[in-house]
Design a protein around this ligand. Sequence first.
Ligand code: PNS
Length: 160
Amino acid sequence: MKRAIYPGSFDPVTNGHIDIIERSSKLVDELVVGVLNNSAKNSLFFVDERVSMLEELTAYLPNVKIDSFDGLLVDFAKRIDATIIVRGLRAVTDFEYELQIAQTNHEVYPEMETIFLTSSLEYAYLSSTIVKEFASYGGDISRFVPKQTIGRIYAKFGIK
Ligand code: PNS
């Protein structure tokens, strides 16, 4: 059984993330979306909120599960018996950081392989950071995130 992890902060989840989840779930037996619970990071959403939004948004994908983790990704991977990491690559600017992480993870856990999916062109510019910046000024984020999450994102900025 091939179990993969798609790790990330998902703060908030974007249409680009959903695209990677849909596409990568077709390549493996089970895809676990691993939501990083990073207490050092100033997150917009609590980890439980991010997990429940992802559960709701991926309910139609039977081999996708949502989990959260803290600490090292390799330790989480070992714990849930996953040997594949999925990451999305949007542009060359993502590459250096992603290469470093993938090589470090492979060095410390040689069974683990990272596979990269290139983002679909319509989401190549998209990031959670841009969504937050845009939403904080009341900008229209309807093209960037799943419609079920729009109100929840604005609410975090006190916008109705
Ligand atoms: O969506 P993000 O914030 O770009 O995701 C980054 C993530 C979660 C993949 C990365 O920060 C991560 O794996 N963090 C857990 C700690 C770890 O294992 N770091 C990599 C080893 S240097």
